[in-house]
Design a binder for this molecule. Structure first.
Ligand SMILES: *Cc1c(COP(=O)(O)O)cnc(C)c1O
Length: 492
């Protein structure tokens, strides 16, 4: 990757940023194009052509900024003035975070025993997905209203992405959103967060299958290029660049909160599924912030295995655990991490990914694995039993409740504490969701709880959804729905 001499908006009012694919055949794209792209045409993922660097002095001068103020420094490094002028970008960021329930956006709880937890769950749907999606939900209409163009967004979800995307775009004029959720496989509360949104532009289907099953009709739908173009189809799943971009902010915020003097390494423990969140952290590190990471996973340990052994191999099945948002088969963002760690070796990445896509298994060159092990200093696999015990321990010790996903990260901290009680490492654990969403896990951990009033309200709300049953033709139903949306819209 070529080093970017820091030209930013401050020094250069014509500052612009272009995007390319990890596989190298797609280059020179605008941020707007990146925003509306899932996979690039060559099958790769979108990244900036150069990763902006933050000057050490400048970073230190940001130590006292609020989360929103900091976002206004970071996001403009990735978006050209030519695409979104500074004042518009500032409005977008203000609006995106206006629905967070605390002004700090991502407050840090400092508990005894060096247990620092950054709570990323104060957005409208109580998971960290809200941090990025509430921004994406402002970026998209910004461009669409300029172009007077309507888009249909399709989202397949295993739980948190669906509700977060719905809240980000509900009631908006230029977007309709169709969400497919796996019936009975996300928590009841997650399901209610989607089915109780009664808006003309929100369309929810409960699919009789797993989250992998419901991906099939979505993929088929996008494969039909004519249909995709005619109906302006888009997706905002975890491979979307804009989400990765916005998430760099919470890593830099965490760093500055933990180490305002900017003279130490801060370790961030990340409960990990498809690697979207940690990829943002690795990009923040590449920008010049002294971060290192620990990857905490469930028994679905593809990521931990790849980091430890260098063998990237698809899991033959997904084990259902107490932390469903981390139960994945393929951590798609691995490709982006390789790109960053190899300094943008597109040829190599294309070769590795081609082999992986053909065989579901590839041995990563030793240099990449060693580079990865430097950045991700450690990995940790939490069984359901460890998750339960950790939830119980934070409750008993501090009357502090963590969700089952967050528990995987907290468990790592406790393990280190036991190994080395004198350890003085600056460590922070990311809390990816609020425990109020996961009553099943609380029950399973034998922690007495009373239902949160916000959750009670969900149970009392009216629901609206349609079912996709086993015997139905899901692709046809999906396409019919989209045709229907566009027909009704043009009638108005
Ligand atoms: C999505 C999610 C994760 C996993 O994040 P990735 O970006 O997929 O690694 C972890 N915890 C919760 C609560 C989530 O919603």
């Amino acid at each position: 990757m070529t080093e970017c001499t820091i030209t930013t908006r401050k020094e250069d009012s014509t500052f612009t940023m272009k995007y390319k694919s990890t596989r190298g055949d797609v280059t020179g794209r605008t941020f707007e194009e990146a925003l509306f792209t899932g996979y690039a045409a060559d099958g790769g993922l979108i990244l900036p052509e150069t990763i902006p660097k933050i000057d050490a002095k400048e970073l230190k001068s940001w130590a006292k900024l609020s989360y929103v103020e900091l976002a206004k420094k970071i996001v403009p490094l990735f978006v050209g003035e030519d695409e979104i002028p500074t004042s518009d970008l500032s409005d977008i960021i203000d609006k995106a975070f206006s629905r967070f329930s605390v002004p700090e956006v991502s407050p840090i709880k400092r508990l005894p025993d060096g247990l620092n937890v950054m709570e990323l769950f104060h957005g409208p749907t109580w998971s960290f997905k809200d941090l990025a999606l509430s921004c994406v939900g402002q970026f998209i209409p910004y461009f669409l209203s300029k172009r007077k163009k309507h888009f249909n967004i399709i989202v397949g979800t295993s739980g948190d992405t669906g509700s977060s995307a719905i809240e980000a775009v509900r009631g908006q004029k230029w977007i309709d959103i169709v969400v497919l959720l796996p019936k009975g496989r996300c928590s009841q509360i997650q399901e209610l967060q989607m089915t109780t949104v009664i808006e003309d532009n929100v369309h929810v289907y409960r699919v009789d299958g797993s989250s992998d099953d419901l991906d099939a009709p979505i993929k088929l739908c996008f494969r039909d290029n004519t249909f995709t173009k005619r109906h302006n189809l888009s997706s905002i799943n975890s491979i979307n660049w804009a989400r990765i971009m916005v998430q760099t902010v919470h890593y830099i915020y965490a760093y500055l909160q933990m180490c305002p003097s900017c003279d130490k390494i801060v370790q961030v423990v990340v409960p990990t599924g498809a690697l979207g969140n940690i990829t943002s952290g690795i990009i923040a590190r590449e920008m010049g912030v002294q971060l290192e990471f620990v990857c905490a996973v469930t028994q679905n340990d593809v990521v931990a295995r790849t980091i430890q052994t260098g063998n990237y191999a698809i899991a033959d099945h997904v084990i259902e655990t107490l932390a469903p948002a981390m139960d994945i088969q393929i951590p798609y963002n691995m490709e982006r991490i390789w790109y960053v760690l190899t300094g943008g070796d597109c040829k190599l990445i294309k070769k590795l990914m081609t082999e992986f896509e053909e065989t579901g298994n590839v041995m990563v060159p030793k240099e990449i694995t060693e580079a990865l092990q430097k950045v991700v200093a450690d990995t940790f696999v939490a069984t359901d039993d460890v998750i339960r015990r950790t939830m119980k321990r934070t409750w008993d010790a501090h009357e502090y409740l963590v969700c089952p996903h967050t528990a995987t990260g907290v468990a790592y901290h406790y393990q280190q504490l036991q190994k080395n009680p004198e350890e003085k490492k600056a460590r922070i654990i990311i809390a990816t969701a609020s425990v109020i969403k996961f009553e099943e896990a609380l029950q399973s951990a034998a922690i007495p709880f009373t239902r949160d009033p916000r959750v009670s309200k969900l149970f009392e709300s009216k629901q609206r959804y349609k079912d996709m049953k086993k015997e139905d033709n899901w692709l046809e139903m999906l396409q019919d729905k989209i045709e229907d949306i566009d027909r009704n819209r043009t009638k108005e």
